[in-house]
Design a protein around this ligand. Structure first.
Ligand code: ADP
Length: 721
């Protein structure tokens, strides 16, 4: 039964029930009223009957007293007679009051008339007797006449009494009948209400049963959905593993090939293979990101970060590309504090890199602007609006709606001309939405494009952001004393790892599954184990558990996993491993691991401590990618001396506009080495038009000193890459 029909039936039943109850109530109250009236009439009838009996009695007494009064010589009887006359008069009045509406008016009038006549006759007889003083014949006949009145009156009272009783008996019968009727109605109504209640109860029970069935079905579907999500997660992990493993080999070997002495042709081929490999890896990463977002596995982390540093480092990433294309990148950040925010810096970097990357890709001349506006939103939050504007090819109005869809590009020729898969903006939009933000794009073909997105961040507690001076792990020097165990089933990856180890002159052995690895660990001493996770036979997790729990060994174990899924690193660390690197394995990652475990200062004190540069932010952004670290250090070493020279020359010729421009641009260059806390304020002063220019020589002197010191430290850092 549908819910509408059910509601209809319940409402109809309720209305019928209410009408029936009202009807019964009405009939019952009418009956009660009738009962009350009948009872009142009965009472009157009873009073009338009593009054009639009283009249009869007093009439007989009157007759007796009249007879006594007519006896000569008994004067006392005359008094009794008079009293009787009075009494009968009173009886008449009582009778008048007691007569009910049902008593026949005619009979009552007749009774009154007869009683009055009787009284008159009796009185005139007694008067006559006392006037004449004898009892002659005439008096005798008058006496008989008066006595006869009494008989007629008594007959009439009997008649009145019995007719009243008869009327009452009929009324009582009527009341009985209607009472019975009400009882019957009450019974029917109760039966009807019970039937209705039972029907409603049965329907409700039926629906509850149906609902319980639906809930059970929903639970089953939810379980199936969860299973499907788990299968999808496993599928993604496996796919990621399957694709990244050969990619690992391709990128690793091309990397090695790049270092050989190749002729120009071969170098070009190797570079092409490497670039294609990198592109393929980027596509795989994009698809994985989308899948993670779709299956709800993309988590937004909350950690404190400096917005200006993040933005400057993103800008630094594009420095080469911008220069190469002859473009200009300017970053405008509203001075509104705070700069220390809490949110997902990695995802913000990913969004900015994607959008600025698109702007650079689709712009051949002109300028790219990144404008950042902050506005307070509540007591502990700030809304940050980022606008990336370019002077590129633009997007047709009809395409603006679709460019955020997956695999959609504005033009069919875009992929051919500019490359790309059409996934970037879809990921960007999802990442913005995941952080409860908004995104919008405006564009005009041939004029340029402007993408605006906003995200709300919390302010960071200052203590959380106390920047620690980074301790640089010195590059390892004598690796040939080390003995490394490579646990890997894939022959190509084994070959790649072996090759790198040979190049580094590191002693090593290879096991192709967990069981063999454990046997080898029992036989030999190893300084480090690289452990693949997915292997036939015993997998990496089980092998690690055995090494820790059965062999009781604390040898450092580094997971090598092709799973790029969220939480993979945490899972490895939880299962007893010490570090994690993801495939494709890069030489830089291996260096990082060796530096971490076997660098000179790995166990020594923090003696190699930089005085000026602070690498926290660079490390945070590079996420262990030493190639990136090397590149930005190189940029710093090239750019900063030029900028310092330009600053000094501009000061000499008092070109304050130029000083402002250089100071503005320097903010980007210096942030990667963490110099913000030392000279950002100085650069801000130089960048402000209203600043007193008399202070400029001192400010520029301070900036130059800090930069000179930082350059010598950066050179030292560079020599270690
Ligand atoms: P991809 O850049 O890999 O093609 P995206 O999802 O990042 O994919 O962008 C989708 C499409 O939107 C691009 O192919 C391009 O046609 C258009 N587009 C995005 N950004 C810009 C821009 N700044 N200028 C012009 N067109 C753009």
């Amino acid at each position: 039964m549908r819910i509408r029909t059910l509601i209809y039936y319940i409402t109809t039943g309720f209305v019928i029930g209410v009408i029936a109850l009202v009807a019964v109530q009405y009939i019952t109250s009418a009956n009660v009223r009738e009962l009350i009236t009948t009872n009142e009439n009965l009472l009157k009838e009873y009073r009338l009957s009593n009054a009639l009996v009283g009249l009869q009695k007093d009439l007989l007494l009157l007759d007796n007293n009249m007879k006594g009064a007519l006896l000569p010589g008994d004067s006392a009887r005359i008094r009794d007679f008079r009293i009787s006359v009075k009494k009968v008069g009173q009886d008449l009045r009582i009778l008048e009051n007691a007569s009910g509406s049902d008593t026949s008016l005619h009979e009552m009038i007749e009774l009154q008339r007869l009683v009055s006549r009787k009284l008159e006759a009796s009185q005139s007889l007694v008067d006559h007797f006392y006037r004449i003083g004898t009892t002659d014949k005439e008096i005798q006949s008058e006496k008989n006449e008066a006595t006869k009145f009494t008989e007629v009156i008594i007959d009439l009272t009997h008649q009145i009494d019995s007719s009243g009783k008869q009327t009452m008996a009929e009324k009582i019968k009527l009341v009985d009948r209607s009472g019975q009727r009400v009882l019957n109605w009450n019974f029917y109504i109760i039966v009807l209400v019970l039937i209705l209640l039972t029907a409603v109860f049965l329907v409700i029970i039926g629906r509850m049963k149906k609902q319980a069935g639906l809930i059970a079905q929903l639970n089953r579907s939810e379980k199936k959905l969860k299973e499907a999500a788990l299968i999808k997660e496993n599928f993604l992990a496996n796919m990621s593993h399957e694709i990244r493993t050969p990619l690992n080999a391709i990128l690793g070997y091309t990397n090695l090939l790049q270092r050989k002495n190749l002729d120009d042709d071969s170098r070009l081929h190797v570079t092409t293979v490497q670039q294609s490999g990198e592109t393929l890896l980027a596509i795989v990463n994009d698809i994985l990101d989308l899948s993670k977002i779709e299956s709800g596995m993309m988590r937004i982390e909350e950690a404190p970060f400096y917005l200006s540093e993040l933005v400057n480092s993103v800008a630094a990433m594009f420095h080469h590309k911008i220069e190469e294309k002859g473009l200009k990148l300017s970053v405008l950040c509203s001075a509104e504090s705070p700069d220390r925010l809490v949110g997902d810096a990695t995802r913000l970097t990913q969004i900015l890199v994607n959008l600025i990357g698109n702007a650079v890709k689709f712009t051949s001349e002109g300028e790219i602007k990144l404008d950042i506006k902050k506005s307070k939103s509540g007591t502990d939050r700030i809304s940050v609006v980022f606008t990336i504007t370019d002077t590129g090819i633009g997007i047709g109005e009809d395409k603006l709606e679709t460019i955020f869809e997956r695999f959609r590009q504005a033009e069919d020729s875009t992929s051919r001309k500019f490359g790309g898969t059409g996934l970037g903006l879809a990921i960007v939009r999802d990442l913005v939405y995941l952080q409860n933000g908004e995104i919008d794009v405006k564009s005009k073909p041939g004029v340029g494009t402007s993408v605006e997105f906003s995200i709300r961040y919390k302010f960071a507690e200052v203590e959380n952001m106390e920047r620690q001076r980074d301790v640089i792990q010195p590059y390892p020097e004598h690796f040939n004393n080390l003995n490394v165990l490579i646990v890997e089933d894939n022959v190509i990856n084994q070959g790649l790892m072996k090759h790198i180890m040979q190049e580094w002159q590191v002693k090593h052995k290879v096991a192709d599954n967990g069981t063999t690895a454990i046997q080898m660990l029992e036989q030999y001493d190893f300084d480090l184990v690289f452990m693949d996770i997915q292997m036939p036979g015993m997998d990496g997790y089980t092998a690690t558990a055995e090494i820790r729990n059965v062999l009781k060994s604390s040898v450092p174990i580094v997971a090598m996993t092709a799973h790029a899924m969220q939480g993979e690193r945490e899972k490895c660390l939880r299962s007893g491993m010490n570090e994690h690197i993801s495939k494709p394995v890069r030489e830089n990652d291996l260096w990082r691991i060796f530096s971490l475990f076997f660098g000179k200062d790995a166990s020594a004190s923090n003696s190699d401590h930089f005085e000026v540069i602070d690498l926290t932010y660079m490390k945070e952004i590079s996420n262990g990618d030493t190639a990136y670290e090397k590149m930005v250090t190189e940029q710093f070493l090239t750019l900063v001396p030029l900028e310092i020279d330009a600053l000094k020359s501009a000061l000499l010729v008092k070109d304050f506009v130029r000083i402002q421009q250089i100071a503005h641009s320097m903010k980007t260059s210096i942030s990667i080495m963490g110099l913000d806390c030392l000279i950002a304020e100085d650069l801000d002063m130089l960048d402000r038009a209203d600043q007193n220019t008399a202070d400029f020589p001192a400010i520029i002197g301070h900036v130059s000193d800090v930069c000179t010191k930082s350059l010598s430290e950066a050179k030292l850092l560079y020599s270690r890459f």
